[in-house]
Design a protein around this ligand. Structure first.
Ligand SMILES: Cc1cc2nc3c(=O)[nH]c(=O)nc-3n(C[C@H](O)[C@H](O)[C@H](O)COP(=O)(O)OP(=O)(O)OC[C@H]3O[C@@H](n4cnc5c(N)ncnc54)[C@H](O)[C@@H]3O)c2cc1C
Length: 377
């Protein structure tokens, strides 16, 4: 076994860490407070080649492996979840489907813009009445005169409504019991995007409701084979879970960093609270569990990179790190006492940003269902 990062992975890690500390950290609290989308930071991530890490260089991406991508997502989340999810949803959910299932023409049309971060992509699976049961999609697409006529609604869609959003890939029923994926460009007539939704966390990220009223897109916008949409979105979510799991580790690590620094600085009973064994034990548990979570994430990413089945490892990593980040951020806020409850302290933002990691891309319960199925139950 070799747990060393390669020199490329280490370089990327250092680059993202530096960017996160110097550029994201000073802006994160204000962006969160104002629920303002981080356009400038996205442009800077694009410059650094972070908006298409696993996409091959021929399409404008960095051509790096999934382990590198997971490391980058972790390092961003360690500082700010809104910026991290913007990059992660764009990559795993928005761009990946086009890379995995697109025709040469679709790849040439979309990937260079997306992988370089010039445009953002979204993936619209969830509907008001089809969440965990995503196969119950009611959005319909009918083929008429060489065009798909789309009618329906999606909810909670990340990156769909920014000034630089380029397209959303949606799942739609294209026949009885038949689900297909279709690319809908932003600006298509009949495609309406709500105002940003107000959220507990991830406040600087873009989350929208989408509606399609006789929205016509060219027949060629079908992504992959007709009727294979269900299978495709399951595969996309398998990959996406690695990035949400990396966010779980990153959030936990960031919360731990804050708690450690605070414990050394805060004095009560005449000494730093870090000298009390109860606080030391809490930090020791956090550090230990974070290492375990990181190992699960890296293993899932590595399995994907070497072309081995990774769905089980990805669901396990997602479930574990969701629960881990919950425990860690809770303990980290506890160490901050009342100050942790105040907006001025970053830990309060981490606390709000954590919960969605147990819901998005499959709730904890859905992960357990996936894991049980893959265990043969
Ligand atoms: C900020 C944010 C960003 C998001 N971004 C996107 C995006 O970009 N694209 C996208 O398509 N979606 C996105 N989502 C949607 C997200 O994936 C869903 O919210 C999630 O899958 C859960 O669906 P739901 O909210 O409808 O909950 P429900 O499915 O209604 O679940 C409610 C509760 O019931 C439980 N439950 C449901 N079925 C079962 C069962 N069979 N057994 C046991 N328990 C069950 C769930 O675990 C949960 O606890 C986003 C959501 C949020 C909040």
């Amino acid at each position: 076994m070799n747990f060393e990062l390669t020199s490329e992975q280490q370089l990327l890690k250092d680059t993202v860490r530096e960017f996160a500390w110097t550029r994201v950290a000073p802006a994160a609290a204000e962006l969160d407070r104002e629920a303002r989308f981080p356009y400038e930071l996205v442009a800077e991530m694009a410059e650094l080649g972070l908006m298409g890490i696993p996409i091959p260089e021929e399409y404008g991406g960095a051509g790096a492996d999934t382990v590198s991508y997971a490391i980058a997502v972790e390092e961003l989340t360690r500082i700010d979840s809104s910026v991290a999810i913007t990059m992660a949803a764009h990559t795993s959910l928005g761009t990946m489907p086009i890379y995995l299932y697109g025709t040469d023409e679709q790849k040439r049309e979309w990937l260079p813009r997306l992988a370089t971060g010039e445009g953002l992509a979204a993936f619209g699976l969830t509907e008001p009445n089809a969440g965990s049961d995503a196969g119950a999609t009611r959005t319909r697409a009918e083929l008429r005169d060489g065009r798909w006529i789309v009618n329906g609604a999606k909810i909670f869609i990340t990156n769909a409504g920014t000034d630089i959003s380029a397209c959303v890939t949606i799942t739609a029923c294209t026949g009885d019991g038949e689900i297909s994926n279709i690319i809908v460009p932003n600006g298509a007539a009949g495609y309406e995007i709500s105002a940003p939704m107000h959220k507990l966390g991830w406040r600087a990220s873009d989350t929208r409701e989408l509606s399609f009223r006789d929205c016509a897109v060219p027949e060629e916008n079908l992504l992959g084979e007709r009727g294979k949409g269900f299978q495709q979105f399951l595969e996309i979510l398998d990959g996406g879970r690695i990035s949400v799991a990396a966010m779980g580790v990153g959030l936990a690590q960031g919360a731990y960093d804050l708690a450690l620094a605070y414990a050394k600085e805060r004095e009560q009973f005449g000494r730093p609270i870090a000298e009390f064994q109860a606080v030391q034990f809490a930090l020791a548990d956090m550090a230990t569990e974070i290492e375990a979570g990181r190992a699960l994430v890296h293993r899932a990413a590595w399995l994907k990179d070497v072309g081995k089945p990774f769905a089980l490892a990805a669901a396990q990593a997602k479930l574990y790190t969701g629960l881990l980040s919950n425990r860690v951020v809770n303990a980290a806020l506890q160490i901050h006492g009342g100050y942790g409850f105040m907006d001025e302290f970053a830990i309060s933002r981490f606390y709000r940003d954590q919960k969605i990691l147990e819901i998005g891309e499959g709730t904890n319960e859905v992960q357990r269902m996936v894991i049980a199925r893959l265990l043969g139950l």
